[in-house]
Design a binder for this molecule. Structure first.
Ligand code: NAD
Length: 370
């Protein structure tokens, strides 16, 4: 029998604990009904950690994250922390986790559910069946490059500087994640940059092409300029399977793709690090949304993004594709049954609370598992 998986749950602030509570019920269902079992540990992060310890992530919790097989993260932040010093603010805890776990590949799926097509900003026929994975490089590029800053020039005017910088290894490792994912999905990668006007784009295109040639010729590779990719995402998003791109373009394109699908409350994500000697990657899974202080504590939060983040964990950290499918099919079944939280409410649907959405999911899981 396989050893228990060590899972660290970090609910955080605002709606974080509410959505995590429902994900925990799903995890317990898997613990009781499927072959896998979990040792669940829970920690404080963000404002919750600041209130208790004066820092948004203690060294002990950081170590627990490094020791875990996977981390499930809720959300952090809230207006009550707006005046806290920058390095102790809720977001600093999240940034420290990403940095010390070296989570360089951020995976953001964008998929539509037939029951929710009316939530998309685009026409049904354009987004029906959508299933895209955007892989964004997340630890390098212009958000981290030096020099950076705002300086005063001799004539008294000011100049702001950011530096876009990538090494070939930083490009290669994220491209490898994209190619490996494509092998398990539709077999196609679009590598996105601006090689027409940026040196980092020229290098990106070369390195991705070389890696493809050397190790992934079975995957279809297309190079695309980022501006064209933005257009294509709204014109014909179904042409894409996996998109791999840098930190800045990935930030923008993944938000654009997210809106093809409707609500923030439906969007999961994964952040992966380098594989260790056993092939296991450090990994953190989290909904894309924030702590939603405007609806916190009212039972209005949609827990599906967090539950779908757990499904990504099953698939990418534990290789349990069938169990991940089971979660995703159960979500689809609930939506097709017209059960909705307020954020995804439609004309003929029934609005339920966060907790009742969890009830419906557990029912659907039991049915799907037969
Ligand atoms: P947000 O994602 O928290 O909320 C944006 C809007 O979407 C709100 O109207 C909210 O009610 C709604 N929403 C979000 N998630 C939802 C869900 N699961 N169900 C139903 N509705 C949902 O973004 P914001 O309002 O810009 O930020 C609020 C706080 O969250 C800020 O402190 C911000 O810094 C923080 N934040 C944290 C993360 C993170 O922890 N990863 C990400 C983004 C923002």
């Amino acid at each position: 029998m396989a050893a228990n998986k060590k899972l660290l749950m970090l609910p955080g602030d605002g709606i974080g604990p509410e959505v995590m509570g429902q994900a925990e019920r799903v995890i317990e269902w898997f613990d009781g009904n499927r072959a896998l079992s979990f040792d669940i540990d829970e920690g404080l992060v963000g404002g919750a950690a600041y209130d208790a310890h004066g820092t948004s992530l203690t060294d002990e919790t950081m170590q627990a994250a490094l020791d875990a097989d996977a981390v499930l993260f809720g959300a952090v932040g809230g207006p009550q922390y707006d005046d806290v010093e920058r390095d102790k603010r809720p977001e600093a805890g999240l940034l420290r986790l990403r940095k010390e776990m070296d989570l360089f590949a951020n995976l953001r799926p964008a998929m539509t559910y037939d029951g929710l097509l009316d939530a998309s900003a685009l026409k049904d026929e354009v987004v029906r069946g959508l299933d895209i994975m955007i892989v964004r490089e997340a630890t390098a590029g212009v958000y981290f490059g030096e020099p950076r800053g705002i300086e005063e020039l001799p004539d008294g005017s000011r100049r702001g500087v950011d530096t876009q910088v990538y090494t070939d290894e930083e490009i290669r490792r994220v491209a490898a994640v994209a190619f490996e994912l494509a092998r398990e999905r539709g077999g196609k990668v679009h590598s996105v940059e601006k090689a027409n006007v940026m040196e980092t784009g020229v290098l990106w295109r070369q390195v991705v092409g070389e890696l493809h040639q050397a190790e992934f010729q079975d995957v279809e590779l297309h190079h695309m300029y980022a501006d064209n990719c933005a257009m294509q995402l709204v014109r014909d998003p179904n042409q894409f399977d996996v998109i791999v791109t840098d930190n800045l373009f990935g930030d923008i394109l993944s938000d654009c793709a997210a809106m093809l699908t409707g609500s923030l409350g439906m969007l999961p994500s994964a952040s992966l690090g380098a594989p260790d000697e056993t092939g296991h990657r450090k990994a953190m899974y989290e909904p894309v949304h924030g702590s939603a202080p405007d609806i916190a504590g009212q039972g209005l939060a949609n827990p599906l993004a967090t539950v779908l983040s757990f499904a990504m964990m099953l698939r990418y950290s534990f290789g349990l594709g069938e169990d991940a499918d089971l979660v995703e099919k159960s979500v689809a079944q609930v939506l097709e049954g017209g059960i909705r939280t307020a954020d995804i409410m439609g004309p003929d649907a029934r609005q339920v609370s966060t907790e009742a959405m969890g009830d419906a999911l557990l029912e659907a899981l039991a049915k799907q598992a037969g």
